[in-house]
Design a protein. Structure first.
Length: 234
């Protein structure tokens, strides 16, 4: 039987999972200074995820996702990142958190994100790190690839964007991530999209990520299971 990959983030079913809460703090710490005070903001592909909440403000915000379950009536559009239904230069900020790895071809997705940005607009991106960490999780999630920092930077620069910050994230929990990916290779794949975590382990993971958020606000990190990038359209 062929597995059908459900579009959308796992946070539709598990919004309280520790990783989503941790990502909120890490994204804001790493990319928050590029949010600024936009008039119009586009959130691509994370409409259902708690980690996009820090993008909200007095500005107009539009969400795009293939999965309609996470779209709010009146400000959500069910569409693909490969064909954004907006005119050129519509938005001051475009956010695409864990989106580009779902898109094939990559060049078209990045070109679309850049196209809808106005001059001086900011693109905020996160992607999963390291192709060696590929596992059944990536297959279930509908990923096409994982990234290194240089690879995602090169993809954005090829679209004419100027990268102002690129850093890894989830560095302090990286040993646990690497161990979990190793175990996925030697065990029968789990039916769960998200690894089970005990309450004690969750408290530890959340605490480590809270500490990392304070570090990430001040400096780039040399490794981690995600890559965060802020880029500007000249």
């Amino acid at each position: 039987m062929t597995e059908v990959v459900q579009p959308g983030s796992s946070s539709v079913e598990r919004p309280d999972y520790w990783w989503f809460a941790a990502r909120t703090a890490l994204l804001e710490a790493g990319l928050g200074q590029w949010l600024g005070e936009p008039r119009r903001l586009l959130d691509v592909g994370s409409a259902d995820a708690p980690s996009a909440g820090w993008l909200r403000g007095d500005h107009q915000q539009v969400s795009v996702d293939l999965d309609p379950r996470g779209l709010a009536p009146g400000r959500g559009v069910c569409a693909s990142a490969l064909a954004l239904p907006f005119a050129d230069a519509t938005f001051d900020v475009v956010a695409a958190f864990d989106v580009v790895e779902h898109c094939e071809p990559e060049t078209l997705a990045v070109a679309e994100l850049a196209r809808v940005l106005g001059p001086g607009g900011r693109l905020l991106v996160s992607v999963p790190a390291y192709q060696w960490a590929w596992s059944d999780h990536d297959v279930r999630a509908g990923h096409h690839r994982r990234y290194t920092r240089p690879r995602i930077v090169a993809a954005l620069e090829a679209a004419g964007l100027r990268v102002e910050r690129s850093t890894y994230a989830f560095a302090l929990v990286f040993p646990m991530f690497a161990a979990e990916r190793f175990l996925r290779r030697v065990r029968r794949p789990s039916a769960d999209r998200l690894p089970a975590v005990s309450p004690r382990a969750e408290r530890m993971l959340r605490g480590l990520c809270a500490t990392e958020a304070r570090l990430l606000a001040r400096r780039d990190l040399p490794f981690g299971s995600s890559v965060l990038v802020a880029a500007v359209k000249p």
